[in-house]
Design a protein around this ligand. Structure first.
Ligand SMILES: Cc1cc2nc3c(=O)[nH]c(=O)nc-3n(C[C@H](O)[C@H](O)[C@H](O)COP(=O)(O)OP(=O)(O)OC[C@H]3O[C@@H](n4cnc5c(N)ncnc54)[C@H](O)[C@@H]3O)c2cc1C
Length: 406
């Protein structure tokens, strides 16, 4: 098995939203960068297809918005839910102070392919697919590169900075020995697709019934459905059989009775084990983690991709110059954590509150719920819908691109 050795100023482990956006921004700023992605392509199971208004704003700042919006997508301008029998619209994105008052839904692989195409315009950008990072290179206590498994050998990348953007099961953060704080989650989520039929409407909706929480995301010709279950409850559900599960879905939404048969077996249902965690320190000499590798997000609010992109924009703003002019000190890496820690903490605190106050309660309910007073205010005073829209659509401290284009 051959060993190939290359050098780069920055080596990024993971070609997800965080890694691809950072790779593109650094290459655009004239930094030699290589992104290593373990899969052969970006085509993978559903991992969230939401591009938020703040990310769309970043695309505008990069001059890419028009080209990006030519990709087939759906625009979601409001999000609602049915609690018991009452419909409540609780987020309205149309008033946001951004160019795009909507969430764009498009397959994540289209988004990543788009970023890869943009990044490849720069000769100092390299994307290595089927390169699975499995070790770090050290010089005493400093990380000086990484090693990856290739289909036919090994790749060694010597780099001034290694970035762990390899998601919530990050190998980089484990190899670097960074300490994780785990905040726990009361639920897991099952994901499945059901076809969309004429007359279905097109609104992204959550449904809350006794003991059940179900979300349907409009994906054009199909519904991406999320069924929330108590943590670790998948095996018990499987034991009841697929027919019981189909009946449960119909009980949540009668209109699904003509298509639940599309869930032929448990193979059509994917389990997302929900984690909420955060690194105490996101960096050490020669290395930093961003995106889910630094902070795994709960699916509440569907904000994980947006946070990953915001981390990448902030990291590029802070790192491009030190990377071009010399070594990146720990102080500089600390600035990246400092910039992104507060928005991450605030978002996770909100997610944990929703998990504890709403999701845990719903999952243990035995009677049809009535909307709590606070939720009913969203229908009485539509202006209130702007608050969740801002938190979901823009998040805390939205980032702007300050790294240059060379
Ligand atoms: C089922 C599901 C549904 C979700 N729904 C939403 C949603 O609707 N909206 C939303 O905003 N967020 C959603 N999320 C969360 C969202 O996917 C993440 O928060 C976001 O993708 C984080 O981006 P990232 O780049 O940090 O990590 P990831 O997207 O996880 O990307 C990490 C990349 O690193 C690669 N990788 C991993 N290990 C290695 C290695 N050792 N070497 C090389 N490459 C490696 C992976 O293949 C992957 O491409 C969902 C997640 C899941 C699992």
């Amino acid at each position: 098995m051959a060993t190939e050795t290359i050098t780069a100023r920055c080596a990024i482990a993971g070609g997800g939203p965080a890694g691809m956006m950072l790779g593109f921004l650094l290459a655009r700023a004239g930094v030699d960068v290589v992104v290593l992605e373990k899969h052969a392509d970006f085509l993978r199971d559903f991992r969230g297809d939401t591009i938020h208004p703040s990310t769309l704003e970043v695309m505008h700042e990069l001059g890419l918005l028009d080209a990006f919006l030519k990709l087939p997508h759906q625009k979601v301008r409001e999000i609602g839910g049915i609690v018991g029998d009452e419909k409540i619209i609780f987020a309205d994105f149309t008033h946001l102070p951004t160019r795009c008052g909507f969430i764009a839904f498009l397959p994540q692989w289209d988004f990543l392919d788009f970023l890869a195409d943009q990044a490849r315009r720069y000769p100092n950008f390299q994307l290595r697919m089927q390169a699975e990072v499995d070790d770090l290179l050290w010089d005493r206590d400093k990380v000086v590169g990484l090693k990856a498994k290739l289909p036919d050998g090994t790749l060694e990348v010597k780099a001034d900075l290694v970035v762990g953007a390899d998601g919530r099961h990050s190998a980089v953060r484990r190899l670097a020995g960074l300490e994780i704080e785990d905040f726990g989650a009361p639920m897991d989520v099952l994901w499945m697709r059901l076809s969309k039929r004429q007359g279905d409407g097109s609104q992204t909706l959550g449904r809350i019934q006794a003991g059940r929480f179900f979300v349907m995301l409009d994906r054009g010709d199909y519904w991406q459905c999320a069924y929330v279950i108590p943590k670790g409850g998948f095996e018990a559900l499987r034991a009841q059989g697929i027919e019981t599960f189909r009946k449960d879905l119909v009980a949540l939404n009668l209109a699904l009775s003509d298509r639940v048969g599309e869930i032929a077996s448990w193979d059509d249902v994917k389990l997302l084990t929900v984690r909420v965690d955060r690194l105490k320190r996101w960096y050490r000499k020669g290395l930093i983690c961003i995106g889910d590798a630094a902070h795994a997000m709960s699916p509440v609010g569907g904000v994980g991709i947006n946070l990953a992109i915001q981390d990448a924009v902030a990291a590029a703003n802070i790192l491009w110059e030190p990377l071009r002019s010399g070594a990146v000190s720990e102080d500089v890496l600390a600035q990246v954590q400092k910039r992104r820690q507060w928005p991450t903490e605030m978002t996770q605190a909100l997610q944990l509150t929703v998990q504890k106050r709403i999701i845990s309660n719903v999952l243990s309910m035995t009677e049809t719920p009535r909307p709590p007073f606070v939720l009913s205010l969203f229908n009485r005073f539509p202006i209130l819908r702007r608050i969740p829209a801002r938190l979901i659509g823009m998040g805390f401290r939205p980032e702007h691109v300050h790294s240059p284009s060379v």
